[in-house]
Design a protein around this ligand. Sequence first.
Ligand code: DC
Length: 677
Amino acid sequence: MSPTLVIRPFQTPARGVAQVPGSKSITNRALILAALADGPTLFTGALFSRDTRILIAALLSLGFEVSVDEAASTIRVVGLGGRIPITRCKIHVGNAGTAARFLTAFLALAPDGCYELDGDEAMRARPMRGLLDALTLGGCRALAADGSPASGFPFTLHTTGKLGRLEVDATASSQLLSALLMVLPLTPGASVAMKGSTVSEPFVEMTARMCAQFGRVLVCGDDGAWSCPTPGAYAAQPLYAIEPDATAASYFIALPAVTGFRASVRIEGYATGGLQGDTAFAKVATACGANLKATDGTLVADSWSAVRGGDIDFNAFSDTFLTLATIATLADSPVKIRGIAHTRKQETDRVLAMATELERLGIKVAPTATALRADDTLSSLTIFPDKAALRRAASAGPILIHTYEDHRMAMSFGVLGSFDLFGDGRPWITIEDPACTGKTFPHFFRALEALRTNFIRVSVDGGAASGKSSTSRRLAQIHGLLHVDTGAHYRSLTRALLLAGASADDAASVKSALGKLRIGSRIIARQGARSSALTLDGTLPDDAELRSTEVNAAVSKIAALPSVRAFLLEYQRSQVKLASDHGFAGVVMEGRDIGSVVLPDAEVRIFLEADAEARTLRRAAEGQADQVAQRDHLDATRKTAPMICPSGAHRLDNTHKSLAEVVAEIGELIKVAALPR
Ligand code: DC
């Protein structure tokens, strides 16, 4: 039994930098091109995964000098200009499609080679025939164990080093064509024409562009035949930066669809104009409701506005279809995914695997898994979203998702399992064989976990005009927190009590008026932040009403009354749940007794100070006549919940600091506290 992984739903928004590894497709192409270049090439940002290790191991066993530094994500390959030192050996390609195809064509360059090649059970069933037939046409012989022409693994490849004019049937996989394209410049006079069309065209484009980056331009003539007008060895690259994997990035584009509306995930080095066709997923995601912003090579994926249904052709970037297929279960209408017939012959039959597992979750799909099993030409999948069905299916506990040794199945369902289906953090998806992500993304589940933030409670206490509100609002805005101004609570209450005829000097009148007030909350957007405001009998006074001369004069006296403090304490504590229920990353609450009484166990506690002169000037600049010192005295000397610097609080004097400096200083404390525990 392979181990399993229970996915813990995200109860707070996903935030932070996604640790996306280098592209598998680029790394494996780059390894081949570097080996065929005329000297050493150094790669940065390289991927170390099962598939790239297979190719590196094969190059080593063929006599190439390859050195890796995993910690630095670099690989150095010394190219031999088309020469392959070892001409007789056995190579096992596992289930690595790129390694299998690229190596087979690469080996054909050996003038008198004899290579025994094999792959895993799954690889034996994957398309190779088009490539073997093409190489046979060029003079190689690929023989099965019984000596007959081979159509797939295992086979023995006898090579001549010549290719000539080839024809390839790459309808099953574009890698069959890419493999031949990369060796074209090394055999003068060689050309490759395609029989029919191919799938995943952007990958062919990637191959041609990378050949050009390594100094050999390939052209596709009017007759559809590819050739290299200036053949020769590739040019070694002193430094070649491998782009982060666009397919891997798709999981982090999708994650904010399921983890609350304050999510913000940064994907660094995401190159929409780069080599990878799978960046098209960003467009599809946007059409389906994603909120993506690209600046200077960084893609920021914020919470989706919705998961919208639609009809999408994934043929050109089919590796990402699984990413959408799982979150389609949460969409507002059906999602039809077309153009994916060829994925039925990839790591597994991906369409069948997806249909089977979605049905296991209670989701209706068309065609059904049974229909797909009966007909291997079916090429689309429609997913009918149904959260209630998911809840029913998972009501007795997490459902084990089978992954069929397919890394993309594991990662896609990992994203879906991050959704808080029951709203209480209860896990509902378990992933079978999570280590299968090692094929392209060994640390996927760790990278997912790194985006989990802890719910953060920040208390900001301090005297009148010490900068609490401006600091708290800015913190709320930057860190996705709900802002709560408890000073406004006391002001609002003071105003309502005065209007009801109560007097600050008559505790009994206050107590009786309190009993008649109906208390509520409203979330409002103000000065860039979202704040929860207290309503009394449904009314929300404006700022001028809260800061009137009468309120300013009475608020500290009223706030000193134990009945008033008791009236507000539970309400203020309830704001934490309000923030969590609304998907905020936390709460920032400002006042006089937050870190000491209301939230004494807040993760971050701040006590703001500023000298008296600065504070009077600040109030005056706001056009307010406020007896700051007098209020402070009352607030600090009252019996119940006096203003103090809470124990363990970070004391911050902002007299000579800008708002940006103060916010950055507190931001560091928040970031540390928000890290997963
Ligand atoms: O922050 P502010 O100036 O708006 O607060 C108005 C008054 O409310 C303040 O003088 C004392 C009272 N208050 C309190 O007693 N406890 C709090 N947590 C917040 C405010």
